[in-house]
Design a protein around this ligand. Structure first.
Ligand code: 4AZ
Length: 276
């Protein structure tokens, strides 16, 4: 038990869900992404007065040429309006010369997201409407799952992002997007693992999905980004990076917002898109 405590303690501060600041851009393990493998991935930017640039804050995904899916906790504080954010689509590297940013014209945070509970409270999902369609050369939307989709434990899926490589290990320049394969962990088992760690553990709710293993995980700065699985040659987004304890610890899978739980909500805003 003591070894577990020693393992967890150094990163407790960094693992609190809900506040990925602009300075906390992780994929733990994994590889750099080859061009066009994950063309729906976007970087959500927030203006940093200190760095004088639109700083990477979170990931996101195109679910339509004009709509981005991300995590509600990436858009805090709640008072921030659409003009506080920009979206970069189509780039594998952050801050590449000549990168084009899209303006956000509408933010829709899920009404059940509770900012005082943060990501661990659930409904950590939000939509961003862009000013104009992202041209196909800069991004291709990912498919959404059927609302009834159940994802078998141990299925291998992929998470992508520009987040930390591990505890206090930010992604170094040239900030190349990374991917890692993560096994899905059933909700019951995931809940058990978090429960064993603390008496004040957050529960794994039905609208969450767990995935990851030792050295295969998402991390700070990946929040809001997509967890995708492949079925019959089609990539489907099953999760949105949301929270977790540390990154890449054996007993703590990453916790994702379960997209299937929110498909009717997403469809109430985002038109169907079936290619250009
Ligand atoms: C975060 O704070 C965070 N290992 C995101 C994902 C995970 C942990 C923390 C999952 O943004």
């Amino acid at each position: 038990m003591l070894w577990l405590l020693l393992l967890i303690l150094p990163c407790l501060g960094a693992s609190v869900p809900g506040t990925p600041g602009p300075e906390r851009p992780g994929i733990v393990g994994g590889c750099p992404v080859a061009a066009r493998s994950f063309p729906w991935q976007v970087s959500l930017r927030f203006y940093s007065m200190r760095q004088h640039r639109w700083q990477h804050q979170c990931g996101g995904s195109l679910v339509h040429p004009r709509w981005v899916l991300t995590a509600a906790h990436c858009l805090e504080p709640q008072e921030l309006g659409a003009c506080a954010f920009r979206v970069q689509a189509g780039g594998l590297r952050l801050y590449a010369p000549g990168e084009e940013l899209s303006r956000v014209v509408q933010i829709i945070r899920h009404p059940e997201y509770n900012s005082s509970l943060g990501a661990a409270g659930g409904a950590d999902i939000a939509l961003l409407r862009l000013e104009a369609d992202v041209p196909r050369g800069r991004g291709v939307p990912v498919s959404l799952p059927a609302a009834a989709l159940s994802i078998p434990a141990r299925k291998i899926c992929w998470v992508t992002g520009w987040g930390d490589l591990g505890y206090h290990r930010p992604l170094p320049p040239p900030y190349h997007l990374r991917e890692v394969a993560v096994p899905v962990v059933g909700n019951g088992e995931c809940d058990q693992r978090y429960r064993n760690s603390s008496r004040h553990r957050p529960a794994i709710r039905d609208d969450m999905l767990c995935a990851g293993d030792k050295d295969q995980n998402s991390c700070q700065g990946d929040s809001g980004g997509p967890l995708v699985c492949r079925w019959n040659c089609t990539w489907v987004q099953v999760g949105v990076v949301s929270w977790g304890r540390c990154c890449g610890l054996q007993n703590f899978p990453g916790v994702y917002t379960r997209v299937a739980s929110y498909v009717p909500w997403i469809r109430s805003y985002v038109p169907w898109f079936s290619g250009p």
